[in-house]
Design a protein around this ligand. Structure first.
Ligand code: PRP
Length: 179
């Protein structure tokens, strides 16, 4: 029987804050004179999206979509399903999809294709954590916070079975062997 517990900090709240500020500046520069729309992917990207919105120097809008790809375990099922749609029209807008983590790439690839059909002026991807070693589907990520190893990470919006989203740092979830 394997239990899990929150282990070492992989990325601290201070490191996150510095990187989010840099990403906000870069997005602001690349969208100068425009008011981009951040599309956060529920639920893991909520905390990151809220911080990123405030790090972009010009006015920006925010909306959310929900997809389901994981069950209650730690591995992707490979199935992506749209469970909640945007409330705004993105036609003619500069859209940035904001994700907490890219793993296989299936979710972001599905979302990019889905949003592209709605005729945005531009469409880019911003991801806090990129697990490049787990990629199964090719995706071009425009803004990457951190490339991380294949470890299960919780905190700063990321969960394990609905828990730990509230933790301010990104920490590794470690297996604990029980007798
Ligand atoms: C996670 C993450 C991405 C997806 C990445 O979401 O937020 O949406 O999995 O995996 P992929 O690249 O293999 O598709 P999760 O299903 O855990 O939902 P949550 O954001 O609500 O926690």
């Amino acid at each position: 029987m394997v239990d899990r517990r929150v282990g070492r900090i992989l990325i601290s709240r201070d490191e996150i804050a510095v990187r989010v500020a840099e990403l906000g500046e870069a997005i602001g520069r690349d969208h100068a004179g425009r008011a981009p729309v951040l599309v956060g992917v529920l639920k893991g990207a909520v905390v990151f999206t809220a911080d990123l919105l405030r790090a972009i120097p010009q006015p920006a809008a925010m909306d959310f979509m929900a997809v389901s790809s994981y069950g209650s375990g730690t591995r992707s099922s490979g199935v992506v399903r749209l469970t909640a749609d945007l409330s705004l029209s993105i036609e003619g807008r500069d859209v940035i999809i904001v994700e907490d983590v890219v793993d296989s790439g299936r979710t972001i690839s599905y979302l990019r294709r889905n949003l592209a059909t709605r005729h945005p002026r531009s469409l880019s991807l911003c991801v806090l954590l990129d697990k490049v070693a787990r990629r199964e589907v090719d995706v071009d990520v425009d803004y990457v916070g951190f490339v991380i190893p294949d470890e299960f990470v919780v905190g700063y919006g990321l969960d394990y079975d609905g828990r730990y989203r509230e933790l301010p740092d990104l920490a590794v979830l470690e297996p604990v062997a029980r007798p």
